[in-house]
Design a protein around this ligand. Sequence first.
Ligand code: 5GP
Ligand code: ZN
Length: 109
Amino acid sequence: MEDCIFCKIINNELPSTKVYEDDDVLAFRDINPVAKTHVLVIPKKHISSLNELNDSELAGKLLLVVPKIAQKLGVGNDYRTVINTGAGVGQTVFHIHIHILGGQELSWP
Ligand code: 5GP
Ligand code: ZN
């Protein structure tokens, strides 16, 4: 996807602060963090949102890598994961991503 900023990050056409990478998944720090620790976990394959995710193996990989990344970031016992789906709830980048938020107390809802 030539116009996708996250695909550009995957292809190193845009800089990012990577915290985890394997064959299928990349995680990097959010450019505009809303918590002390704020990382985005994305598949290397372009999938625009959760509504288009139909690869259960990749879905499992994306989810199961989250605790490993949280441990690496030092927030392994206390973190929040968020997937925004659709512009109506604030999805701004249409390449599916899991937010990992932590490093501080977070209010809810
Ligand atoms: P969404 O609102 O779609 O759930 O989340 C998109 C996230 O991507 C936002 O938190 C935003 O700060 C982050 N973001 C947007 N552009 C870039 C970028 O070029 N680099 C990085 N590291 N994060 C970005
Ligand atoms: Zn993309």
